[in-house]
Design a protein around this ligand. Structure first.
Ligand code: FAD
Length: 444
């Protein structure tokens, strides 16, 4: 295994001592196997055990808990479903957009509640969310989204004019913002590792360094799972493999991995805060297609991610670094906040998000009702994956609930084409976003 190399995969993964569990060895019969130790898998295991304590459940993670997007993300627990309200309305419908937003509100509230209830130490704070307008075009886009939210009957979102915004956080680029108090910020690796403790106490067996290499359906309603040093036979299976799902033959065409990148500064000083404000520590995004997302960490570092993405061809998953994007992000920090021109950057990392053709999440049964999958949260899965885990648990238990009834559960997904067309198609979408961002960035 990679010894301690997982620590380099993000700043968060180096913020706490962590000892991975041993790999699975031998043979075993189980009720449920969860594949993937990110928030989706951890949450699914938690809710399954909570609902049916007698179930024999194992979670298998190919590297360490939190190795994927869950241990590398920006740590925003937010209400955004897919890309924008406007896109969701066009792709699905007004009614479904409303349903999706309510699901996401519930996800943010549930995650906050779970962290408190299980006393998971993950530096959780609840400062709210600003989507800032950095040009006239983006201001129009945000105002349209706010108007759409109002017309759908969604509350809890308002417009801050430049004067109100500058009282919160000051940048020469800002022309107003979407303000939404319902948003938490957290340390995602601490959250994932905290979940591991919670589910182990509940009696879930957690195996790390255990890649699932084959899944076969057997006679008599059983599924055989092969790992490097053993195999298990299980009645039910949860595939919580997110951006790695195209490597699993049964999920191959449902999503592609797309990499987003983050840079992190040294802790900011009082001098910096005197100039930029930001006393209320809100999570901030802009309104680009390829957004910037930024926040403060518990020790007052500025984390900024986004700007541009990378895509891989075929099964390549080695795209965790992109020097051009790192340099661009560092430049962006200084141009958004000129007062930070002298700060140093201490960390750079990246990770894969899961992207379906229509940029919207999908979960449900995979053929038979004995297998459930969940993927496609794009860059907005911290809160959603937790509620998706509960939804997956309901599906595994064969229950019909308000969660399993939402429109994106068991929805039919549009398959990505085979390579090389997959790469060309995902490239075309990204090129369009880059072109639109360039156009919007400059217009005042
Ligand atoms: C850089 C970055 C920034 C982001 N910022 C935010 C943010 O601020 N807010 C937000 O809401 N979302 C954000 N996201 C998205 C969010 O992190 C994800 O949507 C979420 O963490 C996905 O959780 P998951 O459990 O579904 O997947 P993952 O965390 O990716 O977990 C999947 C796991 O499955 C394992 N696995 C895969 N294949 C196998 C196999 N065959 N056998 C065993 N294990 C396997 C992987 O090793 C991995 O650990 C960001 C993502 C990235 C990469």
């Amino acid at each position: 295994m990679m010894a301690e190399t997982f620590r380099d995969k993000s700043f968060w993964l180096s913020t706490k001592e962590y000892e991975p569990n041993p790999a699975f060895r031998g043979r075993q019969e189980l009720d449920v196997v969860v594949v993937g130790g990110g928030f989706t898998g951890l949450s699914a295991a938690h809710f399954l055990k909570q609902e049916e304590p007698g179930l024999k459940i194992a979670l298998m993670e190919s590297q360490v808990i939190g190795y994927g997007a869950s241990g590398r993300n920006g740590g925003f627990s937010m209400t955004l479903f897919g890309m924008t309200l406007d896109l969701t309305t066009k792709r699905f419908s007004r009614e479904k957009t409303k349903e999706a937003h309510h699901y996401m509100e519930r996800a943010v509230d549930m995650l906050q509640d779970l962290i408190q209830r299980h006393r998971i130490d993950c530096d959780y704070e609840h400062p709210g969310f600003l989507r800032v307008a950095t040009s006239g075009k983006y201001k129009d886009r945000i105002l349209h989204e706010i108007e759409l939210a109002g017309s759908l009957g969604l509350d809890g979102i308002e417009w801050l004019d430049p004067a109100q915004l500058s009282e919160q956080v000051a940048s020469p680029q800002y022309m107003g913002a979407w303000w939404e108090p319902r948003c938490g910020l957290l340390n995602p690796a601490k959250l994932a590792w905290g979940w591991k403790e919670v589910i182990q106490k509940q009696g879930v067996e957690v195996y790390e360094q255990t890649p699932v290499i084959e899944i076969c359906r057997e006679a008599k309603g059983k599924i055989r799972i092969t790992v490097p040093w053993g195999e298990v036979v299980t009645k039910k299976l949860v595939l919580a493999t997110n951006a790695y799902s195209h490597l699993i033959p049964q999920l191959k065409r449902k999503q592609v991995p797309v990499w987003t990148y983050i840079v992190l500064t040294e802790p900011l000083g009082d001098r910096h805060f005197r100039e930029i404000g930001w006393k209320n520590r809100q999570g901030i995004e802009d309104a680009r297609d390829l957004v910037h997302y930024y926040r403060l960490t518990a020790d007052n570092r500025l984390l900024m991610g986004g700007r541009d993405v990378s895509m891989a061809f075929g099964t390549d998953m080695e795209m965790d670094r992109n020097e051009e994007v790192f340099i661009g992000l560092e430049r962006d920090v200084r141009s958004i906040f000129p007062a930070l021109k002298d700060v140093s950057f201490t960390h750079r990392w990246g990770g894969p998000v899961s992207v379906p053709v229509d940029l919207a999440p999908a979960l449900g049964y995979l053929g038979n009702k004995d297998t459930v999958y969940s993927l496609g949260c794009v860059g907005h899965g911290v809160s959603m994956t937790h509620l998706n885990g509960k939804t997956c648990a309901d599906l595994v238990l064969g229950r019909s609930t308000d969660l399993t009834d939402v429109f994106f559960v068991n929805r039919s997904t549009i398959p990505w084409p085979p390579e090389p067309f997959r790469f060309l198609a995902s490239r075309a979408v990204t090129e369009f976003m880059r072109w639109e961002d360039r156009k919007y960035d400059v217009q005042v």
